[in-house]
Design a protein around this ligand. Structure first.
Ligand code: DX5
Ligand code: ZN
Length: 228
């Protein structure tokens, strides 16, 4: 797994055809994505439902790159083992999902997986400072989690800058999730982002029958970010 500071594009399969995950994943990987972002929603922490570890396990053999699992669930801890066994490479939990993020990060690392902390738009950067050494990645939400296709929240760019500063030379990546397009990608890349999640901006206009559209969408986001 490449876990360095080069720009990585991570399409969210939340915007893909749910009846065809295997082919969708093959298409985005063939078209040059770096990671596959998998959104898990519980209808409680966020007002939407997706799927759980059984689906992750089923799609895992179709992923050749990195399975980046974003848990929008509460509680988190009872399910960590199941997502690890399903083949996640990175497991990201929300700091707002409960009072014990320190324990959660320890539990994720105990499975041998990379540990991410996601923070909602209303949560300050400072909230992650005490647990920075237990994290491999901070996921900055640039929309309120729950749905694809929402508008990028510009006030989060300063937070990305503060986090990059706070991280210093620690081996911690910054991921951005929500509203990423060729227009918003350079703003967060310039502020210090490494991983760009994109759902609608990758999948719109394309399909497994028209995968070159995915390729053009991925390339446009990457080029805009790298030019920043
Ligand atoms: C939002 C999810 C995102 C979402 C991104 O709750 O965590 O990963 O699918 O979708 P876009 O890129 O359409 O904002
Ligand atoms: Zn996500």
């Amino acid at each position: 797994m490449t876990f360095d500071r080069s720009i990585k594009i991570a399409p969210s399969i939340l915007s893909s055809d749910f009846a065809n995950f295997g082919a969708e994943i093959r298409a985005i990987e063939d078209q040059g994505c770096d990671w596959v972002h998998v959104d898990i929603m519980d209808g409680h922490f966020v007002p939407n439902l997706t799927f759980g570890p059984a689906t992750c396990k089923a799609i895992r053999p179709h992923i050749r790159t990195v399975m980046d699992v974003h848990l929008m669930i509460a509680p988190v801890d009872p399910f960590i083992e199941a997502f690890a066994e399903a083949g996640a490479d990175i497991i990201t939990a929300h700091i707002e999902a409960g009072p014990h993020i320190h324990r959660t990060l320890q539990a994720i690392r105990a499975t041998g997986k990379k540990a991410g902390i996601a923070i909602n738009p209303g949560t300050p950067a400072d909230a992650v400072r005490p647990v920075l050494d237990l994290a491999d990645m901070i996921c900055v939400m640039t929309v309120n989690p729950g749905f694809g296709g929402q508008k990028f929240i510009h006030s989060q760019i300063d937070k990305v800058r503060s986090l990059r500063d706070m991280i210093g030379d620690r081996p911690v990546l910054i991921e951005i999730d929500g509203g990423i397009t060729p227009e918003t990608a350079p703003l967060v890349a310039a502020a210090g982002a490494d991983v760009l999640v994109a759902g609608s901006a990758v999948f719109s206009g394309g399909s497994v029958a028209k995968p070159d559209v995915y390729g053009k969408n991925i390339a446009a986001i990457r080029a805009a970010a790298e030019a920043a």
